[in-house]
Design a protein. Sequence first.
Length: 358
Amino acid sequence: MRALVARGPGAPLRIEQVRLPAPGPGELRVRIRAAGVCHSDLSMVNGTLAPAYPLVLGHEAAGVVAEVGPGVTVPVGTQVVLNWAPACRACWFCRHDEPWLCAANTAPAVPRGETADGTPLHVTLGLGAFAEEVVVPATAVVPVPADLPPEQAALLGCAVLTGAGAVRNTARVAPGESVAVIGLGGVGLAVLTAARAAGAGPIVAIDVAEAKRELALAAGATDFLLPDDRLSKEVRARTEGRGVDHAFECVGRAATIRTAWRLARRGGAVTVVGMGAKDDLVSLAAADIFHSARTLRSSVYGSSDPDREVPALAREVVDGTLDLGPLISGLIPLEEAPAAFDRLARGEGARWVVTFDH
């Protein structure tokens, strides 16, 4: 079958023929219908992360169960969303209702299958979803309604769950609270959408690309600002001089984390959603930490339990409560995925979704 393979940091992405094993006990095979081009995959090939290679990219996807191994009860033909962080349900974190911190989910790449020449293959976050098919544990799929469009179902597995969870679970944004969102990729736009659904206001979207303005307003922002020297003053002008109740950082850089810190009011909260590099250190003055009384925290996978929250989000999409349309920049075939990664690196668009015509 065909898959998008990375051979090493900075190496050109190529579509290759690969082989996966048959589903074993507790596993199933999923025929992929749609997969989103996510910044976490870009981090696998640009040096931010250090996975094993060769590596099949992709972790945000939806498909249909095609074959099940012994002991699997999910029916063949079920539409499912892939879960790149299935909880073990047995570690300390899972037992204390924090499955998003499950101790079993630490490896950026998992060995599975082989390339056409017999080289051992790895798959991103245990999935490797930029492929016509995947073989995964049954715990790594979440059934969703058959009438949910696959390109929207795919986004529930990462961008939407991460962004909506950051708003609903981590920050617990309340109606009438003010919000700033820095970085308007797929996750940042999902934060905007969830903040609007929560009744927040004003909602200030911030990005270096002026082209993101219309996307931001469509997703739920009340204002769009470029990150210039007047940014803090402009945000305070929209919040009666205080700053926002909640600042969400969706980039994963020390500089933008510090910006989010400055935009939050005294007693406000900064939620870091973006995944940054290990050597990009954040520096804050001790006196400022004390005087501002702000809270700085991260949101890992939206502080969510995908088994419970993905079906709930799917129902919201199907009934029209949650509009994911502004998050999708376009549908593309697998052959155009390398170019979509280039556009992602340049900050163009929101989410490009690879679709498969089986």
